[in-house]
Design a protein around this ligand. Structure first.
Ligand code: ADP
Ligand code: MG
Length: 455
């Protein structure tokens, strides 16, 4: 969605869509399309018909809901196929027959799909002490493909700190230096699902071949491959084949290689190149990132407001950017200049207040679990039976009430998105107001939780 920057008010709308359908699905189906927006009509430009069918059937209602929620408008959607840059003429049978036989038929080479997102580059990645080593290692890997000292490169960090950005930046840099290089970006989730599909279609061999011819393999979120026996083996084989032919491998993970709990051989190979962590950015870096985003969308917003947002969002660059876009969209729609009070009001659900409440999520889960007799893992499971769902909602409410975590952070603690947390919080609040016995029970839980943490 390169053109979305022309429509800053759409950024939070699509951010919300991404939150709902998940980043990988979003990257797969929505990031490659372009959109424009006039009155209440959204025009989506697609690479091909098939794309439109998928978006219409699976995601159209989510997009519409998201417009309603964020911009308060009911929209209609028009799909159009994006103009090809250089259309390939369709030859009729006659053309073919009358063509001079001396000319051998030109076989049009299907370009290799690298799946890279061109908007993530080294240039627009802010270097800072928290990511410097990862940044330098990524640059080195891009410039000296497959060199022993940089291979494999493993980058890990908690979510939203720039792993995906750096992986794409490496790929984009390689293609800039050599447009014919075979670079493939893929998430662990895609690897797993494509491998399973290949097995079902008895195409495991061509699946394998595809990877073994690469110059650089960028695999994001490799934690998804863990724990799935056949996929781990396939990954191991792919990894070894590339590694032994000195092809560059770059991997990212949301945990350390040790925590992936892979078998000894794979772990030691993973650790044989460079392993580097991206840490949380400091305040100056967060401000620098916001400044860069502001300049890229060309919106008038003061440094004081940027500093205020940067103070309030400390753990996740994605949320930092999301907040800026939300503020820009709101102020753009109402033709007002962003100020700190507006930011404070609009971002109240996500800014941390800075007060140090020392209660952690596990304590809350433990106490609530004990009271309702449910297991720790039930808080994160998909089970929806009332006996589990209600205590889970109570725990979510207590976390919103007793900790400083943002809604998306709380969502992650329960393996859900932030809208589920909002729903749980409001439902429990409502019940407390209506039912004094329930209110007393919640008070007791709070007392118990505080007692544990005071020990
Ligand atoms: P991760 O893959 O670690 O979850 P991402 O690479 O998706 O994180 O980063 C989340 C967002 O934050 C992206 O839009 C990315 O461009 C941006 N971002 C993260 N770190 C930086 C940085 N140092 N400079 C500029 N943008 C950044
Ligand atoms: Mg990522």
């Amino acid at each position: 969605m390169d053109k979305i920057e022309k429509f800053p008010q759409l950024v939070p709308v699509f951010q919300n869509v991404e939150n709902i359908i998940g980043k990988d699905t979003y990257d797969m189906w929505l990031r490659p399309v372009d959109v424009s927006f006039e009155n209440t009509t959204l025009i989506i430009s697609l690479p091909n018909q098939f794309w439109g069918k998928t978006i219409r059937e699976r995601y159209e209602h989510i997009i519409k809901d998201s417009f309603l929620k964020h911009l308060g408008v009911e929209i209609s959607i028009i799909y159009q196929i994006a103009a090809q840059e250089a259309p390939v003429p369709v030859l009729s049978a006659q053309d073919v027959l009358s063509a001079t036989p001396a000319v051998s038929p030109v076989v049009k080479k299907i370009p290799f799909q690298s799946r890279l997102n061109s908007s993530y580059t080294f240039d627009n990645f802010i270097e800072s002490p928290s990511n410097r080593f990862a940044y330098k290692a990524a640059e080195a890997a891009a410039h000296k493909l497959g060199a022993r000292e940089n291979n494999p490169l493993v980058i890990y960090s908690s979510p939203g700190l720039g792993k995906t950005h750096l992986l794409h930046a490496i790929g984009n840099q390689i293609l800039k230096d050599n447009p014919d290089a075979r670079v493939l970006y893929m998430s662990g989730e895609e690897f797993v699902s494509e491998y399973i599909e290949a097995l079902q279609n008895k195409e495991a061999e061509s699946f394998r071949k595809k990877y073994r011819t690469l110059d650089c393999f960028l695999m994001d979120d490799i934690q998804f491959v863990s724990g799935k026996e056949a996929c781990t083996i396939e990954f191991f084989n792919t990894f070894n084949a590339l590694f032994e032919s000195r092809k560059q491998i770059v991997l990212s993970s949301d945990r350390t290689p040790q925590q992936l709990e892979w078998d000894e051989r794979l772990s030691s190979r993973l650790l044989s190149g460079i392993t580097t962590e991206i840490k949380r950015p400091n305040l100056e870096t967060r401000i620098a990132i916001l400044r860069q985003k502001r300049d890229s969308i060309n919106f008038d917003i003061g440094d004081d407001v940027l500093a205020f947002i940067a103070e309030g969002i400390q753990t996740n660059v994605r949320e930092l950017e999301g907040s800026l876009f939300r503020l820009v969209a709101y102020c753009g729609m109402h033709s007002i200049t962003p100020t700190i009070p507006i930011a404070k009001e609009l971002l109240a659900d996500i800014l941390t207040s800075g007060t140090d409440k020392n209660i952690n999520v596990n304590t809350i889960k433990k106490i609530v679990g004990k009271r309702f007799n449910i297991k720790m893992e039930d808080f994160n499971s998909k089970r929806k039976t009332q006996s589990v769902a209600w205590p889970r909602q109570i725990a979510m409410f207590l976390v919103t009430d007793l900790t400083d975590l943002s809604l998306p952070e709380i969502g992650r603690e329960f393996n859900r998105d932030h809208s589920t947390v909002v729903h749980a919080r409001d439902l429990v609040k409502e019940t407390i107001e209506k039912d004094p016995f329930f209110a007393a029970e919640i008070n007791q839980l709070i007392t118990d939780i505080k007692a544990v943490d005071n020990h």
